[in-house]
Design a protein around this ligand. Structure first.
Ligand code: FAD
Length: 469
């Protein structure tokens, strides 16, 4: 980037918040996925006015702008694939107001999601979206990826809670969408369009979130099954019985083995799959619903059900579930974490397909995830230095995406498209992709906001995990 442009940027952002040295730029060259891309400059803006002026400069000189939260994206969302500027939004001033009377949280995008959970709960309120990364990811990143977690089944994803946004548009205007009311049908619902737009439609500077009352009670059970198909059927039977659990998490036998090997947690090593089910609400209904779930799971031959009797038992079950990620990380240095999602009734088919992909490519592929909403997490554990195995992983990942689409599902339930899944967008969306491109072109005529993401680039036909080897 030439000195003249840098001098213009120095006139907007204080010098100590501008980074151009290579040693500093490296810290902003990666996220939690694959590939490293050096930006030309990193800026840490401190106000929406600063962002607006930066964006205007970016338009004048046609410089790519890459907003970045905590960079925990698993799809390459904040990677500066075309150089240009990184806007480090993790250092934006952090403010969080819990408005108890209106049951709202108003936050700047740099606020860490778990602090919204904690502060809402202090007021007897609840912000349900709960990605596993909530202790490190920002609410801004969560909104732009429309993140969610186990509680998505009953409570929905981030988009169900975002009712207002303040944003700097790709042409530098400061605008507001939505507001503080839960009901709002005035004009197009731009708030919903921006949620999940992966930083392609502007830079978020403030968010208004809807909160709900905190559920009074919860109960958890762990059911083990002798076949994965049975575990899938149990999930469907529970949902069609009229019970809507707060979470239904599935782990296949390879995850169970990994957890027991890493930190013995009392999981049944003789099971093909386990399902963890949590129900919440008033005490009477919680008791009735956990009994019902228990009876449905017990009806399958060879299944076993353990209901947590104490809070300690409950926490132990959830600790075992949370152990999956660190446990499988021990199996190899590189973890390819996918989030292909299928209609609930197709969960058994998808798991069978995943296990056949595992056998076909002889890869260490394990499956866990939020089975209640069809959002599975097939993870391939490999070593990125082993190019031959990475090539097999690329093919396997492509087959996973295709399987999800063939079963009537979607490429991504949580992690977004970024660069990794872009080549498959046409396969899922067909001509609808062109409609999305038109929206992008109308909002961002110079294509400065997060270019290179979501839409397949020329010649991009399959997932590439080895470009930097
Ligand atoms: C261990 C681990 C566990 C995870 N678990 C889950 C999970 O359970 N569920 C889930 O959904 N995801 C999960 N993720 C993925 C990731 O944490 C989420 O996508 C998260 O929302 C990203 O937040 P971030 O602050 O790190 O954003 P980043 O990764 O920095 O950015 C994400 C996207 O948002 C854009 N962006 C960030 N801030 C702004 C802003 N202010 N304005 C405009 N655009 C912006 C970026 O350009 C990028 O496209 C996990 C990741 C890891 C590493």
């Amino acid at each position: 980037m030439n000195e003249q442009i840098l001098n213009e940027l120095r006139g907007i952002v204080e010098e100590s918040r501008i980074f151009t040295k290579k040693k500093d730029l490296y810290s902003f060259s990666f996220d939690a996925s694959f590939g490293e891309y050096l930006p030309e400059v990193v800026l840490q803006p401190q106000s929406k006015e600063e962002i607006s002026k930066i964006i205007m400069i970016a338009n004048t000189y046609q410089i790519p702008v890459y907003p970045r939260g905590s960079a925990t994206s698993l799809s390459g969302g904040p990677l500066p694939t075309m150089g240009g500027m990184v806007l480090d939004m993790s250092q934006y001033p952090k403010t969080l107001v819990i408005d108890k009377e209106n049951m709202l949280a108003i936050a700047t995008p740099s606020v860490i999601t778990s602090s919204i959970h904690e502060n809402a709960e202090k007021e007897g309120l609840f912000y349900p979206p709960d990605p596993s990364s909530s202790h490190v990811s920002t609410i801004g990143g969560n909104i732009l990826e429309n993140s969610s977690g186990p509680k998505g089944l009953k409570y929905g994803t981030t988009k169900e809670y975002v009712i207002g946004l303040e944003m700097v548009t790709p042409t530098g205007e400061i605008v507001r969408t939505g507001g503080k009311t839960v009901k709002n049908v005035t004009g197009f619902d731009l708030t919903r369009l921006i949620v999940g737009s992966e930083g392609l439609l502007g830079v978020i500077t403030e968010v208004t979130l809807r909160l709900i009352p905190k559920p009074a009670h919860k109960m958890t059970l762990l059911a083990s099954f002798q076949s994965v198909v049975d575990s899938g059927r149990a999930i469907t039977n529970i949902l069609s019985s009229g019970v809507l659990p707060a979470a239904m998490e599935l782990m296949d036998k390879y995850c169970i083995e990994a957890v027991e090997h890493y930190q013995p947690s009392g999981l049944p090593l003789d099971a093909e799959a386990i399902v963890i089910i949590e129900v919440d609400g008033h005490m009477a209904s919680v008791n009735e619903e956990i009994d019902k779930c228990s009876r449905i799971c017990s009806a399958f031959p060879g299944s076993k059900v353990k209901v947590a009797k104490t809070e300690e038992d409950r926490m132990k079950i959830w600790k075992a579930r949370k152990m999956v990620s660190p446990a499988i990380t021990q199996l190899g240095p590189t973890k390819i974490s996918e989030d292909a999602t299928v209609p609930r009734s197709k969960i058994p088919d998808m798991i069978e397909k995943l296990h056949s992909i595992r056998n076909k490519y002889q890869l260490n592929l394990v499956v866990f995830g939020h089975a209640g909403d069809g959002n599975l997490h097939p993870n391939i554990i490999t070593d990125k230095r082993n190019i031959e195995e990475m090539k097999k992983a690329e093919l396997a990942v492509g087959e996973i995406f295709q399987a999800a689409i063939d079963l009537g599902g979607t490429l991504s339930g949580e992690h977004g498209i970024g660069i990794l899944k872009a080549p498959y967008m046409r396969g899922e969306l067909g001509v609808t992709l062109d409609l999305m491109k038109k929206i992008k072109e109308a909002w961002d005529p110079n294509n400065i906001m997060n270019p290179g993401k979501m839409f397949p680039q020329k010649g991009q036909t399959k997932v590439v995990l080895t470009q930097n080897e």
